[in-house]
Design a binder for this molecule. Structure first.
Ligand SMILES: Cc1cc2nc3c(=O)[nH]c(=O)nc-3n(C[C@H](O)[C@H](O)[C@H](O)COP(=O)(O)OP(=O)(O)OC[C@H]3O[C@@H](n4cnc5c(N)ncnc54)[C@H](O)[C@@H]3O)c2cc1C
Length: 429
């Protein structure tokens, strides 16, 4: 195999903070790094910001309350996004959404106060917010590789439409959802489940319209409703999250291509079941299918601390906590033979420590979002979008602290980070 080739770089950039991946974690990280005075570049391989929330058509935002839906435990950038979406009438406040309703696909456990939103308006809102913060945005641009020196990332190579770009950043925040940067920076990573490497399955999401909400409500309140469909902000319009593609490697093009091929037929099957067998869906139309296959789990990094199932079950209150969350360990079956999602009970709320965003072996890299340092089962809840936003917000502020004080990311003053988070509306208790 060829190890090195000489390639031509078309453009060069210098910045303080480079954020790779513009999903829920990446938009929060880039906005908060920029608001703290950094020159920030955000690179996203898809045309739109939002990650799974837009390109994957995933929704609703999972709960921002504790396990039983009593106490609000996520604020900060999540609230800002909801406020912006309200201007477009493209969101329903989580405070108004009850469990066991059309908005939760009649699921009761852990689903009180989810937030239905419109994916297209979200892509507009995120684009506005990122630009207003002064972030230099490069969509259609994919992280490809990096040059490492003395335990640091020195240069990053991006694959842009015009050719290869070289960025020289002081800090990189990996929000790719596949730990693409961390892996190339020499951080130890592993894929899927610790024991056998099998990830949670993927699902190709789609939206249907023209549903008779009342007809569906009467029928689906019974537990045997055949396909999981979540009402969006628009009457009669639903996001459908149903069949699974197993053993898909989100960090492997061939695996994703083959899985996506299979998933297209699953969409046809799921739509047929809805249309032909589900009261309320008789006149439903297939409105859109997500351009990107949703994959729930890929790589996990080895960080300064690995969050365990025990931590989530017992609610370990870390001194260096930067976020709180309360959604259950939602681990979808990893093969056709398994069943059940919420196998292990969680504490009323659980905490995410800063050390889990700090990877081993690299001094100028932070990792935010679903690939943080956490056991595979334990990340089942905190992989959700509101938690990813909270992690991104913390990583963005932390990156600015490291640059301003010329520190390694692991050496910043975490008490000061916590104060800054609270001052920006984030909840950490
Ligand atoms: C089918 C499915 C259903 C789900 N249901 C829900 C739900 O109902 N509610 C909820 O809150 N959560 C849900 N989740 C979980 C949630 O969507 C994700 O875990 C969450 O989006 C994670 O955010 P993130 O920012 O870490 O990653 P992502 O949302 O995956 O964002 C990563 C971004 O990085 C970009 N990227 C990847 N590689 C590169 C690269 N090399 N260079 C540049 N950019 C790159 C991607 O294009 C993407 O935009 C679901 C997930 C799936 C797959």
């Amino acid at each position: 195999m060829m190890n090195s080739v000489t390639l031509q770089v078309r453009k060069e950039y210098i910045c303080d903070v480079l954020v790779c991946g513009g999903g829920p974690a990446g938009i929060a990280a880039s906005i908060y790094a920029a608001r703290n005075g950094m020159r920030v570049i955000l690179t996203e391989s898809q045309p739109s910001l939002g990650g799974m929330a837009t390109s994957g058509l995933v929704g609703p935002f999972m709960t921002v309350y504790d396990r039983d839906g009593n106490e609000r435990i996520v604020g900060g950038i999540f609230d800002e996004i909801v406020e912006r979406l309200e201007k477009y009438k493209a969101v329903i406040s989580p405070d108004e959404v009850e469990n066991s309703s059309v908005y939760t696909s009649f699921i009761e456990k852990y689903h009180r106060h989810v937030t239905p939103f419109d994916s297209f308006y979200l892509s507009i809102v995120l684009d506005e917010m990122v630009r207003e913060a002064g972030v230099e945005l490069l969509c259609y641009t994919q992280f490809a590789d990096c040059v490492n020196e003395n335990g640091k990332i020195k240069h990053v190579i991006l694959n842009a439409l015009e050719g290869l770009i070289c960025v020289t950043p002081k800090i990189v925040i990996d929000c790719t959802g596949i730990a693409a940067v961390a892996e190339k920076a020499g951080v130890p990573t592993y894929k899927g489940d610790e024991e056998n490497g099998v990830p949670q399955p993927g699902t190709l999401m789609f939206e249907v319209g023209g549903v008779d909400d009342e007809g569906y409500e009467k029928f689906a309140a019974r537990p045997e409703r055949p396909v999981k469909a979540y009402r969006t902000t628009v009457k009669g319009r639903y996001k459908v999250n149903h069949y699974h593609v197993y053993n898909t490697d989100a960090a492997d093009s061939k695996s994703m291509t083959d899985a996506h091929s299979r998933a297209r037929y699953q969409v046809l099957d799921a739509f047929a079941v809805l249309h032909d067998k589900t009261p309320g869906f008789e006149n439903a139309e297939l409105l859109q299918v997500a351009p990107v296959l949703g994959v729930r789990e890929s790589r996990h990094i080895e960080g300064e601390y690995k969050i365990t199932v025990k931590d989530v079950s017992e609610g370990t209150k870390f001194d260096d906590r930067i976020a709180v969350y309360g959604f259950g360990m939602d681990v979808h079956n990893r093969s056709e033979k398994e069943f059940g999602n919420f196998k292990i009970e969680i504490a009323e709320k659980y905490y995410i420590p800063y050390r889990s965003l700090v990877p081993k072996n690299c001094d100028n890299l932070l990792v935010a979002g679903k690939t943080l340092s956490c056991e595979s089962q334990a990340v089942g809840g905190m992989r959700c979008m509101p938690a990813a936003m909270s992690m991104g917000q913390a990583a963005g502020i932390a990156s600015a602290m490291a640059v301003s004080e010329d520190l390694r990311v692991r050496d910043i003053n975490v008490a000061s980070l916590q104060e800054k988070l609270k001052a920006t509306g984030a909840i950490i208790d």
